[in-house]
Design a protein around this ligand. Structure first.
Ligand code: ZN
Length: 487
């Protein structure tokens, strides 16, 4: 039975959905004012793994991942210029052109990483009415106040009735210390109050009418409004990066409790961060590398390009609650590991069955399931696949045999865990439509012609094909069942 670590209770819990057979899951998506970087790949891949595993377990999953396209301000959640509006002003574009441009690029990156699209991808800007209604509910319950056309959460009042800070483990004194230094706090009763609605300054180009002012919603409001709109006032799982725990998710909990009288989320899940030499990767740290730069090998910290599957494998090799320290060498190691799994998978598909099994195949299916059930332990699944790869290679090298039934089972387990759940495209699916599939097909065709020539004892043709491919840099290996090649 699946156990997941609930950040709220700080322990692993058996997962039991609210409605049998169905799972409602919300994950904070990107703010679309720039290209996705490695830090965006981690939550996307972590919750893709969860989504795929829940579906494998037979659940019907409604997966909502939002697009933040308004109200994400430069300095903190309440102050500064809207990031998208700023980009639009600098590039002389309509803000929605910026949003569409980076949303398209985000989708392309996710597709390359083999991240499945969510069931619903709501935009904050498309849910202003729902956000205003949510703010109104908080006003009606007396946990918010209007100041100069903006609406703020009255955190002190809220904290008297509900435990504010329970997710991040902070108390109000900690929060006061953290927020004291920020400017523009004059409108608020307390520095820790956060904006539910902001009155737009005259130069602010993205604004909507509301009962309080012409303005825009506070950043935290969109996830409360859209999560409950599509998944109900209570739903199963809310995910995101650990960096969102405070203030964003803490604020979401406060908004839900204030408006509805109870929490909306039953299991909070947070992935850990990617670091470069121990420092968090992110725009504000100026050490980010975009996914496109990884794929092109186009950054000072990279010595070569890395395929999207290498990036995916690199992330899955760590447990989602551990930090991952990025380096060029770590990616080179991931690339080698992935190549070993790919080779084993392709050999597995070519193996011939014998009458008996002499290799150790163990109960691979049970061991993989046990690891996934233990809070999505993907590195353990990968280590089981490496063990299995060694057994496959033994048969491939003619030093062991495998029976028909065992071979069928092994192929199914690899397909289920490596391809469907880990989402690794070991079958060459990443090449489809890129021209790589045509190129590989052409080399296979030449080597099949060589096999044919050998069978006909036409040594001249056979040698010519091998020598010319070798001269072009290909390595060709004759095997029991045919050939293998690499460049
Ligand atoms: Zn969110």
């Amino acid at each position: 039975m699946l156990q997941i670590y609930n950040t709220l209770s700080r322990q692993k819990e058996y997962f039991k959905p609210l409605h049998e057979g169905h799972v409602g899951m919300y994950v904070c998506g990107p703010t679309v004012y720039g290209d996705a970087h490695l830090g965006h790949a981690r939550p996307a891949i972590t919750f893709d793994l969860l989504y795929r595993y829940l579906m494998h377990l037979g659940y019907k999953v409604r997966y909502v991942r939002n697009i933040t396209d308004v109200g994400h301000l430069e300095h903190d959640a309440d102050e500064g210029e809207d990031k998208i509006a700023k980009k639009a002003r600098l590039e002389q574009l309509e803000p929605m052109e910026v949003v569409q441009y980076f949303t398209n690029r985000y989708h392309r990156d996710m597709e390359l990483l083999n991240v499945l699209p969510p069931s619903i991808e709501p935009h904050a800007s498309g849910h202003i009415i729902e956000q205003i209604a949510f703010v109104q509910k908080i006003m009606d319950k007396g946990y918010a106040y209007v100041s100069n056309g903006s609406v703020y959460m009255d955190v002190e009042k809220y904290a008297k009735d509900y435990p504010y800070g329970k997710l991040s483990g902070r108390n109000l004194e900690d929060i006061v210390t953290e927020t004291r230094e920020l400017d523009g706090q004059q409108e608020k009763k307390h520095s820790f109050d956060f904006a539910l609605w902001k009155k737009a300054a005259p130069e602010h180009i993205m604004h909507w009418p509301s009962p309080w002012s012409e303005g825009f919603p506070g950043w935290h409001m969109e996830c409360s409004a859209m999560g409950t709109k599509y998944l109900g006032e209570q739903f199963d799982i809310h995910g995101g990066g650990m960096d969102l725990m405070f203030p964003h998710h803490e604020a979401e909990i406060a908004q839900s409790c204030a408006a509805l009288g109870h929490d909306s989320v039953r299991y909070w899940m947070h992935n850990n961060m990617i670091t470069i030499a121990g420092k968090k990767m992110g725009k504000s740290y100026n050490n980010f590398i975009t996914l496109e730069q990884f794929f092109a090998g186009n950054h000072d910290l990279l010595e070569q390009p890395f395929s999207p599957m290498t990036i995916r494998f690199f992330i899955l090799q760590a447990h989602y609650r551990s930090t991952v320290d990025f380096s060029n060498d770590a990616l080179v190691a991931a690339e080698k590991g992935l190549a070993r799994l790919t080779e084993a998978y392709q050999r597995l598909m070519k193996l011939q069955a014998s009458d008996t099994t002499t290799i150790e195949i163990g109960n691979l299916r049970e061991r993989c399931q046990e690891a996934m059930d233990d809070d999505l332990n993907s590195p353990i699944v990968i280590s089981h696949l490496f063990d299995s790869a060694r057994a496959i290679n033994t048969v491939f090298d003619g030093k062991g045999t495998i029976s028909e039934a065992d071979l069928k089972e092994l192929r199914e387990v690899w397909k289920t865990y490596a391809i469907d759940i880990l989402g690794l495209q070991l079958d060459g699916a990443q090449d489809a439509g890129t021209g790589m599939d045509a190129y590989k097909g052409a080399i296979d065709m030449l080597l099949n012609m060589r096999l044919e020539a050998k069978r006909n004892k036409d040594w001249a043709t056979s040698d010519k094909i091998r020598n010319e491919l070798t001269a072009l840099g290909f390595t060709i290996k004759d095997t029991k069942d045919g050939f293998e090649w690499s460049l």
